[in-house]
Design a protein around this ligand. Structure first.
Ligand code: OFO
Length: 178
């Protein structure tokens, strides 16, 4: 049985996960519009992942007798000055989501609600991985640069990531010829 404050916070997180999904879907469309197909594919996959995160929360609320609420939300931003700016926004958004997960963990710990505390561990690990993943992409953008054919090579790198379905950015797979 969940407390009222916990039900409210889990419902807030449901809507944050949906917001994340909408944001990445809009970014995916922006990339497709700019012919950045690799980035578009990666962000589209990520939008699906965020919906799965939302569903996981809905299932948990239903299993514990809470009423899951799917609310409305504002449209996400649809214009970006550059690919770098867009991925900076992704990284900042993931850091924001991590702070919200941390708040939830704090609530579960102080109530205490050990079942929810355990449930949330998956989100803690996921956020760590996602922050690392998007920071690694930003690092690659800095390394390759957006000048000349940089955008092409970055999109190619990200297309490889999307095709592998991996969240591990380890090395540049195809180094541009200089
Ligand atoms: Fe950013 O992954 Fe959901 O929580």
């Amino acid at each position: 049985m969940l407390s009222e404050p916990m039900i409210n916070r889990l419902n807030e997180q449901i809507n944050l996960e949906m917001l994340s999904s909408h944001l990445y879907l809009q970014m995916s469309s922006w990339c497709a519009y700019k012919a950045l197909d690799g980035c578009s594919a990666l962000l589209s996959q990520h939008a699906d992942e965020e919906m799965a995160h939302m569903r996981r929360l809905i299932d948990y609320l239903q299993e514990t007798g809470g009423l899951a609420l799917v609310g409305g939300m504002q449209a996400p931003p649809k214009e970006f000055n550059s690919l770098q700016e867009m991925f900076e926004k992704v990284y900042a958004h993931e850091q924001f989501i991590t702070s919200k997960i941390n708040d939830l963990v704090h609530l579960a710990n102080t109530e205490p609600d050990y079942a929810t505390l355990q449930f949330l561990q998956w989100y803690v690990a996921e956020q760590h991985q996602e922050e690392f993943f998007f920071k690694s992409i930003l690092d690659k953008i800095t390394l390759i640069g957006l000048e000349d054919r940089g955008l092409f090579w970055i999109d190619r790198e990200i297309a490889a990531l999307a095709a592998s379905g991996s969240k591990e950015v380890t090395a540049i797979e195809s180094t541009p010829q200089i």
